[in-house]
Design a protein around this ligand. Sequence first.
Ligand code: ATP
Ligand code: MG
Length: 403
Amino acid sequence: TAPLPRYVREVLQTLRDKGFEAFLVGGCVRDLLRNKRPHDWDVATSALPEQTLALFPRTVPTGIRHGTVTVLGRTGQTEVTTFRREGAYADGRRPEEVIFLKNLEEDLGRRDFTINAMAMDETGRVTDPFGGRTDLRRGIIRCVGDPNERFREDALRMLRAVRFSAQLGFETEPETRFAILRCASLAAGLSAERVRDELSRILYSPRPERAEDAVTYGLLDAHLVSRPKDLLKELSRLAVLRKTGDERWAAFCAVLARHGAISDPGAFLRGLRLESGQIRACARGAFLGKELEGIPDPPGWKLLLFREGEAPVLCAAATAEVLKGPGYRRALRRVLRSGEAYRPEMLEIDGQALMQLGYPEGKELGEELRRLLEHVIGHPEDNRREFLINMAEGDRRNPSPKP
Ligand code: ATP
Ligand code: MG
């Protein structure tokens, strides 16, 4: 397996030198075994949080109550968590308390899936009590222990199962799948933020179409007005939206709306506690994307960009691409890259210049800039200072009649 960054190795070694046990656990072990570079490093240890705090010069008490201390290294950080298990669970949400443990095995047993329930020491030796390596090799998501129990303890695990299947391209083992179908209604009790975070990981994964599983299992029922079927074909097209963020939410909303699963994208996204800026761009983009009749020509795009702003138009193009077919995003990109003006600030003339021509500051000046922009949108070649000054001068002398 890949070598560990020095700052991670040092954390493991320091803990061990002081007589504690210390292992890499969770996602980073899974990623190392798949020869993928982990994006964060989790260590489980027998040291209590105060002991970890005392051992390292630079630490952050990230989640002391749950046993987690962040150790800052020169080039990265490591999350160090005391071996623990959850205390009693309250209604499929978060555990009320945690209980610190002396050894690794039980800590691995509280973890959600076999592929996430392995540990590794700094020599690469793997502890794998639940067959995680086999499941990793075969591409299987399987609960640790009885899936019904595990989902009743924490309903988020059902969405996490879909999420890992989308990120890794794995299949969910049948018992685990049946348990999701049985326990799906418990997802209604999850906080919207936790649902949002898992759903966005699904939508941003290489297999966003797996969001269909979240829908058909019933995991999103609390956020939908009805549970649609056959989203797969349209959601598969989300995968073409490479290097995008909010666009995927917009297109997802549009697909749900088309199938009657939601009536108002804005309300759906508000319910999932997206940020207000995202909600505006995605909801508007989902609407505009649905309304687009064919791929607009460059002036058409620029007019849209002028009226709506960039974010909603990006979302609209992505939505149209998913609902109607290819070409929208490429056409929009070409316009954005052309450098042609679609905002008043992109004109080769500004308010200052208009004032020198005698336009009073305020409404009239704004209207003239707008008129110049509308002309330039249709005639990009006219975006020259000289031309625009002449045009503005003409308008000043012969004001067009107000509609
Ligand atoms: P990622 O690469 O996306 O960070 P990850 O596996 O590291 O994936 P995290 O959410 O960071 O996922 O959680 C770290 C580890 O903690 C998991 O691998 C798993 O062992 C455990 N874990 C996290 N959430 C749960 C949960 N809800 N129930 C049980 N175990 C969990
Ligand atoms: Mg992680």
